[in-house]
Design a protein around this ligand. Structure first.
Ligand code: A3P
Length: 266
């Protein structure tokens, strides 16, 4: 795996990513209608982004997928080209977020069970040259547990966010599994949280337009690698019994002092 390290966190190894930019994000000027979408990669970021975008703009005709996560945007683009209300999807740790973001503006966090994330990340790494990975699944899983890929370990990321922010009323917590189970219900929660006041009819259209089938129908090349299977429980096709037992033991150990809950199946 190839990564770019800054302040003890591994970022994607993009040639244009500079320490100065990551540092500048800390003091980036916020607008009161900004929305931050905070996720560990492969949690359903693009899916949630689409829902937020349709609810905020009131338009469902086109799929407006994000051009880049916050760390990959230039400051000029952030300040002068992105129209309000701006949606910033990002995978930043709380300590690297723009100062005041979690107190001043709305934040949506999406989590997903780490077994499906490991599988999703494995495939993503294989088709993303900048990740520098071409190994086998059995070699990848230990790297995932150790947090050797982008944004370090899922447990580190999830527990830092949850421990710091679980009581923050500016944050809406979503899960990939809940979205799979009843996306319409989750869309209604987001509408209420963002105060977008959309009709049930409109939200029904959002629900249809944001299905995996609908979103994958008209993808541009730059986005295809973010859409693979779109299911809960694909991990069962990849984990051996031994890998699963090892993972469960590791997971229980990491989460033993936390009230954060994870659904590994529907
Ligand atoms: P899989 O690799 O398990 O299929 P992110 O956007 O955070 O990178 O997450 C990508 C994961 O979300 C991929 O998971 C992708 O297929 C899935 N995904 C994207 N759009 C989706 C949708 N509309 N419904 C369900 N899953 C979706």
């Amino acid at each position: 795996l190839t990564v770019y390290e800054w302040d003890n966190v591994y970022f994607p190894n993009w040639p244009w990513l500079k320490d100065a930019h990551l540092k500048a994000l800390r003091t980036m000027p916020l607008r009161e209608d900004d929305v931050f979408l905070c996720t560990y990669p492969k949690s359903g970021t693009h899916w949630a982004h689409e829902i937020l975008d349709m609810l905020l703009t009131g338009k469902t005709d086109k799929h407006q997928l994000p051009t880049a996560p916050l760390a990959g945007m230039t400051m000029d683009y952030i300040e002068h080209e992105l129209a309000s209300p701006r949606i910033f999807n990002n995978h930043l740790y709380p300590k690297h977020m723009p100062e005041g973001a979690t107190d001043k503006v709305k934040v949506v966090c999406v989590s997903r069970n780490p077994k499906d994330i490991a599988v999703s990340m494995y495939h993503f790494n294989k088709v993303s040259p900048e990740m520098g990975y071409d190994g086998e699944w059995s070699d990848f899983l230990p790297l995932f547990l150790e947090g050797k890929g982008i944004y370090n370990s899922w447990w580190e990321y999830t527990l830092q966010w949850w421990n710091a922010e679980k009581k923050n009323p500016n944050i809406l917590w979503l899960t990939y599994e809940d979205m799979q189970e009843d996306c319409f219900h989750q869309i209604k929660r987001v509408d209420q949280f963002l105060d977008t006041g959309r009709t049930l009819d409109f939200m029904e259209t959002v629900n249809k337009r944001c299905s995996f089938q609908s979103m994958t129908k008209s993808l541009q090349a730059q986005h295809t690698r973010f859409f693979r299977k779109g299911e809960v429980g694909d991990w069962k096709n990849w984990f051996t019994v031994a890998q699963n037992e090892e993972f469960d033991t590791f997971h229980q150990q990491k989460m033993k002092n936390s009230d954060f809950t994870v659904r590994f199946e529907l």
